[in-house]
Design a protein around this ligand. Structure first.
Ligand code: SAM
Length: 286
């Protein structure tokens, strides 16, 4: 029997420049029966700009739990519905999750219409390594909670990225500087795709100076990115495996030769291996 359900679309909208809206997003919003928007007044500006006249209702963090069942029922009756948020991709620090989750449970097809997303746009122009990254969403509002989060992230080898409000950015950068080395690279993307778009990469220390000198940096919408720490290829302690290798070699040859071969095999620092070899030999003699 053919599936008579409608469909649920998750449609990304611009994050500043109204032209950053795909043809498919416009077509979808024109064709669906209902648009669920985080803020209907805000959505109307975008919809009108693109000549979209589809009926629009509010779906935000305060009503999405209650509304979800009703919307799913409408889709089961054959309506197609699109979710949009105020900016960017719904569900990325934005409403939408309860409806999408319930749709999946009900066997309704959920289709993304991809487009702008502030964290992806920011990373793409940051100049930081982005092969791997972690997204932390919005940060906690208190210094203690932020510092504890930064301590957890301190040894992250991937770039990490978060959203921060312009009211807390100065405090947030100070907290970051209190946990990470002053030389660690960070990037801030401000007002992406808008008139005052600014994307800066620098050390934490230089970023703090810039923010204290230019109060404009504390205005508008911001994405902060922190480069991951480079894994230490040559740590200051030997691993158990490196010690075992050294021990096997010491049973067969002199300290000098054992250390020489161990450097070749394990890649560990010669000084560390030599010190360990002396200690192992002394322990054996006792
Ligand atoms: N769903 C959106 C997305 O896909 O990026 C994010 C919504 S979240 C409620 C809003 C936050 O995203 C802002 O506080 C800011 O941190 C970031 N943001 C949104 N638009 C931005 C822009 N044009 N420039 C810089 N950051 C932006």
């Amino acid at each position: 029997m053919p599936n008579q359900h409608g469909k649920l679309y998750v449609v990304a909208t611009p994050i500043g420049n109204l032209a950053d809206f795909s043809l498919r997003a416009i077509e979808t919003l024109q064709q669906v029966d209902l648009v669920c928007a985080e803020d209907t007044r805000h959505a109307r500006t975008l919809l009108q700009h693109h000549g979209i006249t589809t009926h629009c209702i509010a779906l935000h963090q305060h009503n999405e739990q209650q509304k979800a069942a009703e919307l799913i029922q409408q889709i089961q009756q054959g309506l197609s519905i699109a979710i949009i948020s105020d900016a960017g991709t719904p569900m990325i620090s934005d409403p939408g999750m309860p409806v999408v989750a319930l749709a999946q449970t009900a066997g309704i097809s959920v289709s993304p219409i991809p487009g702008a997303c502030a964290l992806i746009a920011a990373l793409s122009a940051s100049g930081l390594a982005v092969t791997q990254f972690s997204f932390l969403g919005f940060l906690p509002r208190t210094t203690n909670a932020r510092i504890s989060l930064f301590k957890q992230q301190k040894n992250n080898t991937a770039t990490w990225v978060f959203y921060e409000s312009c009211h807390r950015i100065a405090a947030c950068l100070n907290d970051l500087a209190s946990v990470l080395p002053a030389s660690q690279e960070i990037a801030v993307a401000r007002e992406i795709t808008k008139l005052h778009e600014t994307i800066i990469k620098s050390s934490i220390a230089d970023m703090l100076t810039l923010f204290s000198q230019d109060s404009n940096m504390q205005r508008g919408e911001l994405v902060v990115m922190v480069s991951g720490v480079k894994p230490d290829k040559n740590p200051a302690v030997l691993s158990e495996q490196q010690l075992n290798t050294l021990q096997v070699l010491l049973a067969e040859c002199s300290i000098k030769t054992a250390v020489k071969i161990a450097v070749e095999i394990t890649g560990a620092r010669k000084k560390l291996l030599y010190q360990a070899a002396l200690e192992l030999s002394a322990a054996q003699e006792q």
